[in-house]
Design a protein around this ligand. Structure first.
Ligand code: ADP
Length: 471
């Protein structure tokens, strides 16, 4: 763990193994943080707050810029670490390493653009200085599916805003987080500004951290279930919370869609990161006029996808993060098949590591469990529809609202996009992720936005200073 500028094994020398899910080997033993370690991280971040907040924005930006440069230079090493502990395909890991670095670049540029306003009250009796200030010590909790990018997407805006941080990575993928923190350390982040801990037991200790008065921000990416628990914890001390939670992304193929483009998009929206993305297309609503063609072409593309360890760069689909995750996916598929879904390709669990093959299920109905559950694996479910309005209604029939995909002519696509209940809609394309794009969900998919101009606002609080009018 990394506390107050130093790598340490922690106060009670407990560790947990980190596994390579491609072969179940143990990669490392990672230190677990006790309550004392957690409080030491909070106090280091608290002590560093004043200096970091008053460090000129340009200097904070330059440190982030250096972190970007180091990460780009070392992208192969970072990719290797991601592949080893997460299991994803090399190309996914390499794309993630590049994407992760971009958050440092984007927010190095945003650091110097934090504005403020000078206003006069309507009655003319006072002048108002409206100044954004760093919100304070920020607890950043990240998942295992994008272990580098989800960390930089939080660290970069927090640091750009002048906040000090405690990063809590997923227990499956702490090595990537350690790499990212090491990059920041080498880039010149002062002592105490970035801390890295893996608290255990996690629920109790994260709750404990949130009770500390110094901690003013919680930024979480993970499941809606854990997000709800954390919001309750944060409520006790009224900690500002940003939440990137689960998705259940619909992918609509409208009557006049270019089927080849839709299949190509489906392969990316479904298979990027092996389907382990909250933005992954989860259920495909396909117009009956193109259903047969789409189903055949998608199945062929899925069948042609090469699966195997991410260390072999020719593999397009790697392992899931753990055997447990693989079993969850297999279970969802077998339940769907039991409920009448037809297997077009895949659905057979191989022996060995945590692999699950590219799978297409057709004749799925909207009411099946698999259409209501975030699959988080390489499984596409095809549901036919007759009327666009029905497809929209089914797409919106969920408590989640992160992202939706639409393929069709531009007019239908845009009209449908406006009706879809999602924080993000991709029309005739399969990836929206970009450091410049404000990402986030509505309904129970989250609170707040990450990236874009909005991302830094989550780490700023408005301070009002009123004075007599300056004449
Ligand atoms: P995923 O479905 O991506 O595994 P989780 O919500 O389970 O999502 O995990 C996301 C992050 O939340 C991880 O860092 C995990 O360790 C952490 N986490 C899990 N349970 C808790 C909890 N009760 N309190 C705080 N953090 C938790």
């Amino acid at each position: 763990m990394f506390i107050n500028g130093e790598w340490t094994m922690g106060s009670d020398n407990r560790t947990q193994p980190v596994h390579n899910p491609a072969d179940n080997s143990v990669l490392a033993d990672f230190p677990l943080a006790s309550e004392a370690d957690c409080l030491a991280a909070v106090s280091a971040a608290d002590d560093a707050m004043e200096v970091w907040a008053s460090t000129p924005a340009r200097e904070r930006g330059e440190i982030l810029r250096r972190a970007f440069e180091i990460m780009v230079e070392e992208k192969d090493q970072l990719t290797q670490v991601i592949v080893a502990e997460n299991g994803k395909a090399w190309r996914d890991a390499a794309a993630e390493a590049a994407y992760a670095a971009e958050f440092f670049r984007w927010f190095s540029e945003e650091a110097v653009r934090i504005g403020g306003e000078f206003r006069r009250s309507p009655s003319g009796d006072k002048d108002l200085l409206v100044t954004p200030e760093p919100i304070g010590v920020s607890l950043l909790i990240t998942p295992w599916n994008f272990p580098a990018a989800m960390a930089t997407r939080k660290l970069a805006p927090a640091l750009a805003a002048g906040c000090t941080t405690i990063l809590k990575p997923a227990s499956e993928t702490p090595l990537t987080a350690a790499y990212v923190v090491d990059v920041l350390n080498r880039a010149g982040v002062p002592q105490g500004v970035v801390n890295l801990i893996l608290p255990s037991p996690v629920g109790k200790l994260v709750g404990r951290i949130l009770q500390e008065r110094a901690v003013r921000k919680l930024s979480f990416t993970g499941s809606t279930e854990v997000g709800r628990i954390l919001l309750q914890e944060a409520a006790k001390t009224v900690v500002s919370s940003s939440m990137e939670l689960g998705g259940n992304a619909p992918f609509l193929v409208l009557p006049e869609a270019d089927v080849d483009a839709a299949v190509e998009g489906a392969m990316i929206a479904k298979m990027r990161n092996g389907g382990s993305a909250c933005t992954a297309a989860n259920r495909f609503y396909v117009h009956t006029s193109v259903y047969e063609e789409f189903s055949k072409k998608l199945s062929a593309a899925m069948a042609a996808t090469k699966m195997g360890p991410g260390t072999d760069e020719s593999n397009e689909l790697g392992a899931l993060v753990s055997m447990e995750e693989r079993d969850k996916v297999a279970e969802l598929v077998s339940t769907a098949v039991g409920q009448g879904a037809q297997v077009m390709v895949g659905a057979e669990t191989p022996d060995g590591g945590a692999f699950y093959p590219p799978t297409v299920l057709r004749d799925v109905s909207h009411s099946m469990d698999i259409a209501a559950t975030e699959i988080f694996g390489p499984v596409a479910t095809l549901i036919p529809f007759e009327e666009i309005d029905d497809a929209v209604e089914m797409a919106n029939d969920t408590d989640l609202g992160l992202i939706a995909y639409v393929y069709g002519n531009l007019e239908d696509g845009l009209a449908t996009a406006r009706q879809l209940e999602a924080g993000m809609v991709a029309v005739n394309r399969a990836v929206l992720s970009d450091p410049a794009a404000p990402s986030g969900g509505i309904k129970q998919s989250g609170l707040g936005r990450e990236g874009g101009f909005e991302g830094i606002d989550e780490f700023l609080e408005t301070k009002l200073v009123g004075i007599n009018p300056i004449n």
